[in-house]
Design a protein around this ligand. Structure first.
Ligand code: NAX
Ligand code: ADP
Ligand code: K
Length: 496
């Protein structure tokens, strides 16, 4: 399933136009999709001035041609209509459909006409809405929400619901169901949006598939992710599964280093070595005896890293002058695939130029706060686009953590369907960084390692959250091997 935001959906339409479709054709195809889900005999179709309204007008014509009882309601005289809207409105007039123009003084009368129909179709605004509907639009929305006997079907998005966040503007339609076109809208991932959308049906237009060309995200769910996890081989040994080096922890932040090390070991790393301070190493022997350790020298040299398959830097590294130097050293002197997390990301924020010319796989795992430092964005920005552009510009795999964590390399973009609110506990991100590093060390390509790491982490958390109110990192770690085994056993492609 593909997911779009308002800018990505706009880009999607532009790609289709580039492929030679006309906007009138696209609207025609959109109304074909709508028609499949519309039942009943009498319809009030409420159409705004843009292409969402055009979808409604085209649908009205098709219902009318099926001899249904159709009344169309519009808001504006023809000067502000989109091209397709004006085209289909003229067709409505040509066919002598009943078209009513909303004005402040006829609102009550026109809404009265709607009470006689079975179904109201909301084609007022779609992803082109840029602020709360006001004036006559607001009055009509509020009046429609007062009608309780009619089914309300929203075209693409309930008018007044924000496409990207799923949050309502001040004035919003409460739909019974929403037929969304071409792709799931990012905002519908927010469970609160359900109050407004009702049941959501995704309908693909019968057109060339330009989803990837437009940069739409894909939902990475069980079906996509289970087969990515490889079975361990019959004669594998520790050398088969990679040697990872974790440059983590300091006197003040021992826990993060311990959690990332254990996450790395439990998700199958062949050998895990923690490069840290004496105090961290001491604690590690108690907490995770399977990990090995080396004392971190004051200056890191290329030779210190020759035997490793993957490096992690961050997870409790702190932001001291030493930590700062470690980050620069690792970026300048090592060549292995690299995972950068936590404090190391904050240090990196002032030096993103170092990401240029790296010629190796680099995975960044910020939460939103860390990402804000790396790539200052505005709260109104389209995060799907911001994340994608950042990854493309800096040649990294970006893991932007949160509900439905984003994973993108700028070309391919995913939202991972795993993880839950019970996991919002300190240290959870350190476990994730350890898992991803483990997978990189085991030889998974960077994008796959990031996707799979996020999925394993979230999937384990989901299994625990079925029973528990909170999911604690130490407990999640213990459950990782069982969860990974579950994934392997549930994958029909694994035969051994
Ligand atoms: N590939 C697809 O998915 C397709 C989608 N189509 C439809 O096109 C819609 C998007 O069309 P548009 O880009 O024309 O956008 P909309 O129809 O959602 O709205 C744009 C219009 O609303 C006005 N507007 C925006 N905010 C306003 C506000 N706060 N108050 C008053 N007026 C406001 C704009 O000036 C413009 O006239 C989609 O939601 C979908 O229904 C189809 O028509 C074509 C194919
Ligand atoms: N509400 C939530 N829904 C889904 N996943 C969540 C939620 N809260 C936290 N997580 C997951 O938990 C982890 C928290 O990471 P992070 O914020 O870096 O924690 P820390 O810095 O304490 O280690 C991320 O993988 C994130 O996706
Ligand atoms: K709508």
């Amino acid at each position: 399933m593909y997911i779009g935001s308002h800018t990505l959906m706009k880009r999607y339409d532009e790609c289709l136009l580039k492929h030679g479709y006309t906007i009138e054709q696209l609207v025609d195809k959109a109304s074909d999709c709508l028609l499949k889900h519309i039942h009943g005999e009498s319809f009030s179709i409420v159409c705004g001035p843009g292409n969402n309204g055009a979808d409604g007008l085209s649908l009205a014509i098709k219902l009318y041609q099926q001899k249904k009882n159709v009344q169309v309601f519009i808001f504006e005289n023809t000067n502000h209509l989109s091209k397709a809207n004006a085209y289909y409105l003229q067709k409505c007039y040509d066919l002598s459909l009943s078209v009513y123009l909303f004005q402040q003084d006829n609102l009550e009368e026109l809404v009265g006409y709607m009470t006689a129909c079975d179904t109201i179709v909301d084609a007022i605004f779609g992803f082109g809405l840029n602020s709360s509907p006001r004036g006559i639009y607001q009055s009509v929305i509020e009046s429609i929400n007062q009608l309780y006997d009619q089914e309300v079907i929203a075209v693409d998005i309930p008018t007044g619901l924000q496409c990207d966040s799923g949050k309502p503007y001040q004035s919003v339609i409460y739909a019974t169901s929403t037929i969304t076109l071409s792709a799931m809208k990012n905002g519908f991932l927010n469970p609160d949006s359900y109050f407004f959308t009702g049941k959501v049906i995704v309908e693909k237009l019968d057109v060339d598939d330009v989803s990837e060309e437009a940069g739409l995200y894909q939902m990475a769910d069980d079906k996509m992710m289970f087969p990515l996890l490889k079975e361990r081989i019959f004669d594998g040994y520790k050398g088969t599964y990679g040697h990872t080096c974790l440059i983590t922890g300091c006197i003040e932040y021992k826990g993060a280093a311990l959690l990332s090390a254990k996450g790395c070991v439990y998700s199958g790393s062949g050998i895990t070595t923690v490069m840290s301070d004496q105090e961290v190493i001491h604690a590690l022997t108690q907490f995770c005896p399977e990990a090995t350790a080396v004392l971190r020298p004051p200056i890191l040299q290329k030779e210190d890293f020759l035997r490793y398959d993957a490096i992690l830097i961050g997870c409790g590294l702190g932001q001291s002058l030493d930590s700062y130097r470690y980050v620069i050293d690792v970026l300048e002197k090592t060549k292995q695939p690299l995972v950068i997390d936590g404090d190391a990301l904050t240090i990196l924020s002032a030096h993103t130029d170092l990401l240029k010319h790296q010629n190796r796989d680099i995975i960044l795992t910020p939460h939103l706060g860390e990402f804000q430092r790396l790539c200052p964005f505005d709260s109104q920005d389209d995060m799907l686009l911001v994340a994608q552009d950042f990854a493309k510009e800096h040649h990294v795999v970006l893991v932007l953590k949160g509900p439905y964590t984003i994973v993108t390399n700028g070309q391919e973009s995913y939202r991972i369907r795993a993880g839950n609110k019970a996991m919002a506990t300190g240290g959870m991100g350190d476990v994730l960084a350890g898992i991803i590093t483990s997978l990189v060390g085991q030889g998974y390509p960077a994008l796959q390692a990031a996707m799979l790491g996020v999925f394993i982490h979230g999937y384990t958390g989901d299994l625990l959250a079925k029973e528990d109110y909170t999911v604690i990192p130490s407990k999640l770690i213990e459950f990782i091997p069982k969860a990974m085994n579950n994934m392997i056993k549930s994958n029909p492609e694994v035969t051994s």
